[in-house]
Design a binder for this molecule. Structure first.
Ligand code: ATP
Length: 790
């Protein structure tokens, strides 16, 4: 596709430049011809001015060999000059030899002819302008402006009058001065200023030329004599005067007058461009920036109508009675504990209302914090959370759940300005804060997220909210998901967008991973992908994926060197506890490795668990997941395990959550997106044109397969020989080659590769690289196989 587009684009005239495809010798010949021609024209034109009257009569006798013209170049000179000067542009025609000479020199010296077209355009504009101007001012002498100048003047004056033509000439002159000579009012002012300074310094110089005259009494007198030359250092303008010597042998050093009128010239340093940059610029000029979305150029982002309102059209309803009631209870409860309140303010959120209290002077904050349970009891409400003090404010917050919680629909957060205008790499609209603001974060900055909460508290909805946000904002070329769903039901809907948004291992049938053993392979494959990406970043000399992709789009990275546009990869594991219980270290190690290193290369992990215990969320996992989300949990300990703070045990469930990215904990109401909505979105995307396959991750074969396997010759696959021939001919030991050439499944191809290794035809497994082929040609292969059977 990309090629098609590039072909249809025609290069612009400036790109074409003056790119005559001539050999070097031809350029020299053509260059010399133009130079000679320009000299001939110059002499013809010059002498035409003195001889035109005499020569005019013989123009008709050009063919007559005996007729002679007075022009320096005889009849040729007379005719050409008559054409250019009399019938053409008059005196301005002298520019033609100049332009020809420049062109000739460019060709002769083999200079880069890029600017030549510009010179001709400006030259011709100048010729026309001079011709008309001379026609205008020297109306009486038509030879100065030539016939064209005269006629054009006449023509213009018929329409605009003399003043009109004059104004037009002034305007065109301005255009020429501004465009060609960078004329500007400041430039003119600077010129006059420097002239003035020059005059001033000359004047000073002439006035202050000191000369010594020695009097009889040995004293030193100084007098001024204007015309005595004094050496002046032109750079510093300091007078170079030797120290005077009095008779008494006293060295008298004349104080040198400091001249502060030194002009500082600042020379602009032009950045040196590397050759690749120049090439890239040319490619971008010719074909435009690389567009990763081009392959699915007609892709339509899901529209907002696919999402439901969930009855939350009117926003939050304020129940005045409830507010008054809660306020009175808070005030009286605190009064019982002898805590006076100076001021109280309520902020109503979708699920909870925040009462901000300014206690009276002298009340200790810790006292209120300790009374948390008592206050909760007297307010008879679940999910009271006390924030003492609210960070950044001098107040204490008491969060009280609303009697009727409002559902925050995914539709409302997706449609919000904040999300729509978010300039983030991977924007996620989580929901709304307590003050009813839409909460949008960048997954790329997090860079990995841990999500935990007791069962049924909104984790799956939270994951769907994350995925939906990305689906609404990102093109299939920009992000790929790897979905791990041991529960087998939660993420199945995303199957429909496999060929748009999912990534998988080359051998797997389903893109959504439900089998724990496959997770290990996927994680290891992701580690290989990570290493490969780091290698690419190193080659490109950039620090992260964003810079890499910018450079790739600007065509500064050559795809022939293995460079390609890198999509973000988001790995989502829905039930991490299950995984760590069955696979333990085998998953923990690659996850920790990815979490530690993958941020720069655009691989981001989201792991969710309903069992937030320390053996699931281990220290090593926790240390690498700074962004954490806690839905409601059953104990304070669980809350601490997730957030390193309590509070998650006091949430009210149904998407009520706490979010932290390191320090502050923010209470949010997660946006609600129901399964039918996700189904509609995936259906909408899935029905569009897709890539031929899901995004393929690098091949990873487990450690136990491969090396050291001793296959019996009799057990060999029936396609063994064909496969061996394919591999040896291509000299490339990869399972996917066998798959493609012999149309085999991945598993069978993998088995054959193992057999080839056992037979000594290919080398051992080398990670993401193809195996080494140990047999150089088909003949050697024949010999090897024959020897085996002997
Ligand atoms: N943000 C939300 N707003 C309103 N209701 C919600 C929200 N999130 C979840 N719920 C309600 O809670 C129910 C359970 O949510 P969800 O399936 O996400 O829980 P879960 O934590 O994934 O449970 P499990 O671990 O058993 O899969 C939903 O069916 C829905 O009714």
């Amino acid at each position: 596709m990309a090629k098609k587009r590039t072909k249809s684009k025609k290069p612009t005239s400036s790109q074409k430049g003056f790119s005559l495809k001539l050999s070097k010798q031809n350029k020299i010949i053509l260059g010399s011809l133009l130079i000679v021609l320009s000299i001939a024209l110059f002499f013809s034109f010059m002498s035409y001015y003195f001889t035109w009257q005499e020569d005019q009569s013989m123009l008709s006798e050009f063919k007559d060999r005996n007729a002679q013209a007075s022009n320096l170049l005889n009849k040729f000179g007379a005719s050409v000059s008559h054409f250019f000067m009399y019938k053409g542009f008059g005196l301005a025609s002298l520019s033609f030899p100049l332009l020809l000479a420049i062109t000739g020199l460019y060709l002769f010296l083999g200079l880069d002819s890029k600017g030549l077209i510009g010179k001709w355009i400006w030259g011709l504009t100048g010729i026309i302008w001079i011709s008309i101007a001379l026609g205008f001012f020297a109306f009486e002498q038509p030879l100065l402006g030539g016939l064209i100048g005269y006629e054009m003047n006449d023509f213009l004056q018929d329409y605009t009058g003399k003043i009109g033509v004059f104004l037009l000439l002034v305007f065109v002159l301005m255009v020429i001065l501004v465009r060609l000579f960078n004329f500007s009012p400041e430039g003119v002012a600077k010129f006059f200023r420097s002239q003035k300074q020059q005059l001033k310094s000359d004047f000073k110089k002439s006035k202050s030329t000191p000369v010594t005259v020695q009097s009889d009494d040995g004293s030193v007198e100084l007098s001024m004599e204007t015309d005595t030359p004094v050496a002046v250092d032109t750079y510093t303008h300091k007078k170079d005067i030797p120290p005077l010597q009095s008779e008494a042998g006293l060295d008298v050093n004349l104080p040198q007058e400091e001249d502060l009128d030194i002009d500082l010239k600042v020379e602009k340093v032009t950045e040196e461009k590397e050759e690749t940059d120049v090439k890239a610029e040319k490619l971008v000029k010719d074909f435009g920036e690389f567009d990763p979305k081009l392959e699915l150029g007609n892709y339509k982002f899901p529209h907002i109508e696919l999402l439901d309102q969930h009855g939350a059209t009117g926003g939050i309803t304020i129940n005045q009675e409830e507010l008054e009631e809660n306020k009175n209870r808070i005030v009286s409860t605190l009064k019982n504990y002898k805590i006076g309140i100076a001021q109280i303010k309520a902020t109503i959120g979708p699920t909870v209302t925040l009462y901000e209290i300014v206690p009276e002077a002298g009340v200790r904050i810790s006292k209120i914090k300790n009374l948390e349970d008592d206050i909760a009891l007297s307010l008879a409400a679940l999910g009271i959370r006390i924030i003492a003090p609210i960070p950044g404010k001098g107040t204490i917050g008491i969060e009280v759940p609303n009697k009727n919680a409002t559902i925050v629909s995914m539709r409302s957060v997706i449609a919000s300005n904040k999300f729509q205008k978010a300039e983030m790499e991977l924007p996620i609209a989580f929901g709304k804060t307590i003050s009813n603001e839409t909460f949008v974060v960048d997954l790329a900055k997090m860079p990995h997220m841990l999500m935990a909460g007791a069962t049924g508290q909104g984790k799956s909805v939270g994951l769907n909210a994350v995925l939906t946000s990305l689906l609404y904002k990102k093109h299939p070329a920009e992000v790929k998901f790897i979905l791990v769903d041991p529960k087998k039901v939660e993420l199945t809907l995303y199957n429909k967008i496999e060929r748009h948004f999912l990534a998988k291992l080359p051998d797997s049938e389903d893109a959504i991973i439900t089998d724990n053993t496959k997770v290990i392979n996927t994680l290891n494959s992701l580690c290989i992908e990570m290493d490969n990406r780091y290698e690419l970043l190193k080659l490109a000399m950039v620090r992260n994926i964003k810079e890499y992709n910018v450079k790739f789009k600007a065509r500064k990275l050559n795809p022939n060197d293995g460079h390609k546009f890198l999509p973000y990869i988001v790995l989502v594991i829905d039930e991490f506890a299950d995984l760590i219980m069955t696979a333990g270290k085998e998953v923990e190690t690659p996850i920790a490795r990815l979490a530690q290193l993958a941020r720069a290369i655009g691989i981001h992990l989201i792991i969710a668990t309903q069992r937030p215990s320390v053996n699931v969320i281990t220290g090593i996992i926790k240390a690498n997941f700074p962004a954490r989300i806690a839905f409601r949990v059953t104990s304070k300990i669980d809350s601490r395990t997730i957030l390193d703070a309590q509070g998650a045990d006091q949430l009210i469930g149904r998407g009520d959550m706490l979010f932290t990215q390191g320090n502050d904990v923010t209470r949010l109401q997660c946006a609600f997106v129901d399964t039918p909505e996700v189904a509609k979105i995936t259906e909408y995307i899935g029905s569009q044109r897709a890539y031929p396959d899901a995004h393929l991750l690098p091949e990873y074969v487990g450690e136990d397969s491969g090396t050291g396997i001793d296959y019996d010759i009799a057990d060999r696959d029936s396609m063994f020989r064909d496969a061996a021939e394919v591999i040896v001919t291509a000299q490339q030991g990869s399972a996917s080659l066998i798959q493609r050439k012999l149309k085999l499944g991945y598993n069978r191809a993998g088995r054959i590769i193992d057999q080839l290794e056992a037979a000594g035809i290919v080398g051992p497994f080398e990670g993401s690289k193809a195996r080494q082929v140990l047999v150089p040609d088909i003949l050697s292969l024949e010999q090897l196989l024959q020897n085996e059977t002997k």
